[in-house]
Design a protein around this ligand. Structure first.
Ligand code: ADP
Ligand code: MG
Length: 395
């Protein structure tokens, strides 16, 4: 797949609207992890060097269409200015008169950061009206956010449809790395999935089940599969209404002779806290008010065995509630096993990467660290992502 590169367009003195993913964690009003900002620097530097008038747009958190003071982008502007060693102006909205006059004053090679686009409900609704207002701000658009590429929102898709649109260096790198996995995958291919966003993951699993040689499932997602197998999952995080899909996946996996592994033993506690009394028990012994918060030791061993014989590994989603030490063992063991494996390893997902950083494992230990979770899986599964479709050559 080829995308239109920003290198192919003259941006001199042009108003360029660039969609990035600056959805970064904030602590005490400051950016506490600037990885996502750093990832866009090559593209921004290219625009600076080539004298574009740079208008940056991003979302932060889930303000759900309202102004949320804590989710304003002022700390992000400050951090970006620090990283570039250059002034970054910031406005308090992403459309309207204040924005228009700031753009009017913008000099070539200078940067303007627009306010959190999700303060407008029209963003996630991909409203045509709102897309037009965004598009009217610029001469052309650059997409450099892979994490949002699977969403057809106004700033990731709608506005880009209305302007000449190009891909930045970050998205180009993602596409190259992930395309390679898709086209000549070395087998056995193992997919490891966990996490909490069951709704967004289970559909993708269904498509993957015929492609993967091994499937290792844990976390909240694993709980839904345990429930689908008929186990009592107590008060664990799981999705009752996804049991049916999970059963279909299990059936298909069986028919395809897939090596489909769900936890055989688990760590349970009756409270979600560090010093909760916890037990390592077989999955079939879960009951009452127990909560499954991690995979058990036998499951870890089984997963490690599969990882050791894999040639390609794709991992998205923590295998337990890793934020608490008490329930981080499963995720830590798997993170280490994948890091040390000889296989080509691809990992993605905000929380998965946070977990790896928490454990002190270097990201360089993995072959490709994707900035997308859901987007990475959908891309690997061969689906056209709206945010990539708009910058694909020929479109
Ligand atoms: P990613 O961002 O890597 O795609 P998700 O957002 O889907 O992952 O899920 C991450 C979250 O899932 C983490 O906050 C983690 O604590 C939670 N989680 C994983 N397993 C469990 C579990 N068994 N019970 C409760 N929460 C869990
Ligand atoms: Mg997440």
């Amino acid at each position: 797949m080829k995308i239109r590169s920003i290198k192919s367009v003259d941006v001199d003195n042009k108003k360029v609207l660039i969609r990035v993913d600056f959805n970064v964690p904030l602590e005490n009003g400051q950016v506490s992890d600037d990885t996502r900002i750093k990832a866009t620097l090559p593209t921004l530097q290219h625009l600076i060097d080539n004298r574009a008038k740079i208008i940056i747009i991003t979302h932060l958190g889930r303000p759900e269409g309202k102004v949320v003071e804590e989710l304003r982008l002022d700390p992000v502007a400050k951090k970006l200015a620090e990283l570039l060693g250059k002034e970054v102006k910031k406005v308090n909205d992403c459309i309207g008169p204040e924005v228009e006059s700031a753009i009017e004053e913008l000099q070539p090679g200078h940067l303007l950061l627009l306010e959190n686009v999700r303060f407008h409900a029209e963003e996630t609704d991909n409203s045509e009206e709102f897309s037009k207002k965004l598009a009217a701000l610029a001469d052309l658009m650059v997409i450099d956010s892979f994490g949002t590429a699977h969403r057809a929102h106004a700033s990731t898709y709608g506005a880009a449809k209305l302007l000449p649109a190009y891909g930045g260096f970050l998205i180009e790198k993602e596409i190259q790395a992930l395309s390679q996995v898709m086209h000549d995958v070395e087998r056995p291919l193992t997919i490891i999935m966990g996490g909490a966003k069951i709704e967004t993951k289970i559909g993708i699993m269904r498509k993957f089940v015929s492609q993967a040689d091994h499937f290792l499932v844990g976390g909240g997602l694993g709980n839904t599969f345990l429930a689908a197998e008929g186990f009592d999952v107590g008060e664990s995080l799981y999705e009752e209404d996804k049991k049916g899909v999970a059963q279909e996946i299990l059936l298909e996996a069986e028919a395809l002779k897939d090596q489909f592994h769900i936890p055989t033993d688990v760590v349970v506690a009756d409270e979600v806290k560090e010093d909760a009394k916890k037990l390592d028990i077989p999955a079939e012994d879960v009951m009452g008010d127990m909560k499954i918060l991690d995979i058990g030791i036998n499951t870890i061993k089984k997963f490690e065995e599969v990882i050791a014989k894999s040639k390609t590994i794709v991992w998205n989603g923590p295998l337990g509630l890793f934020e608490m030490d008490a329930f981080s063992r499963g995720t830590r063991h798997i993170a280490i096993a994948v890091a040390n494996s000889e296989a080509k390893t691809i990992i993605g997902g905000g929380d998965t990467i946070d977990a790896i950083k928490d454990f002190g494992i270097e990201l360089e230990k993995y072959d490709h660290v994707s900035t997308g979770g859901g987007a990475m899986l959908q891309f690997l599964e061969g689906e056209e992502l709206p945010g990539i479709e708009v910058i694909r050559e020929g479109n």
